[in-house]
Design a protein around this ligand. Structure first.
Ligand SMILES: *[C@@H]1O[C@H](CO)[C@@H](O)[C@H](O)[C@H]1NC(C)=O
Length: 257
């Protein structure tokens, strides 16, 4: 009987010991473990975001599922605004010393529309924030409502450039069918006085966005314009020939076109 009690006590103690040992190794529920996993995910997603911005990651159809929250947090943060403002401050700096503007009506500047002049963030907030495949039908339905807000700092620089006598051309991958909605939306939030708005016609829809945009620039050069700069959120707005003397990239890690 004495032996049995001794054995039970031994088993009980060794069970407690094993549980403790397992708990020490298997600490997935511990705050420390959670923090480590969280930190490494945050690092991974921030690297993904930065590599999109510097054009190492191209042509992605969706934000990786595990990074949707991270991208959402960034694109709705004061950091996103600060990064955009910094890019536009560089535009100002460039303009203050770059260009021998001739004032002959042939100095030109190019802007993208979506996520450069207007923000599509309100749409993406409701549609998976880049974590869902781009749905043109629902995106265009949203654009037709003409409710896209202005990106405040681009609005300021838009007018500053225009006031220098530089002609502003908007080259957008939006379709031609959205012309009146786009114009109304732009005017509603404070943009006016641009010299051209290029949208994708039926034949342009068959082209890569980059080719469509570089052809639009070629057309401007053909008309004798000097393109001093481009402000855009997509690499396809800068690449291909001809380009501009300088390009300024605004952050956007929600979609790639
Ligand atoms: C795209 O959006 C439209 C309109 O909201 C919807 O009817 C359609 O099912 C969506 N398509 C996909 C593939 O989710």
């Amino acid at each position: 009987m004495g032996k049995l009690i001794e054995l039970s006590v031994l088993i009980i103690f060794s069970n407690i010991f094993i549980s403790l040992a397992v708990a020490a190794d298997w600490s997935i529920l511990s705050p420390k473990f959670r923090k480590e996993v969280g930190d490494s995910l945050k690092k991974y997603c921030e690297s993904w975001r930065v590599n999109v911005e510097i054009n190492n990651i191209r042509g992605f159809e969706m934000v990786p599922q595990e990074c949707v929250e991270h991208i959402k947090k960034y694109m709705t943060s004061s950091q996103y605004r600060a990064d955009s403002e910094k890019a536009l401050e560089e535009v100002k700096l460039y303009l203050s010393r770059c260009c021998s503007l001739k004032g002959d009506g042939k100095d030109a500047w190019i802007f993208d529309v979506d996520d450069t002049l207007l923000s599509t963030i309100p749409y993406y907030k409701k549609h998976g924030f880049g974590g869902e495949k781009r749905n043109i039908t629902s995106l265009e339905a949203w654009m037709k409502k003409k409710g896209a807000p202005a990106l405040k700092h681009t609005l300021d620089i838009f007018h500053e450039i225009k006031d220098k006598g530089v002609k502003i051309f908007l080259i957008s991958s939006r379709r031609e069918t959205l012309r009146s909605h786009t114009v109304d939306n732009l005017i509603e939030v404070g943009y006016h006085g641009w010299s051209g708005l290029s949208l994708r016609g039926l034949e342009d829809e068959l082209k890569e966005v980059q080719n469509y945009k570089s052809e639009a620039r070629q057309k401007l050069l053909g008309e004798g314009y000097r393109i001093w700069g481009i402000v855009g959120d997509q690499w396809s707005s800068f690449e291909g020939h001809p380009s501009a003397k300088r390009t300024f990239k605004l952050p956007n890690s929600v979609y790639y076109i």
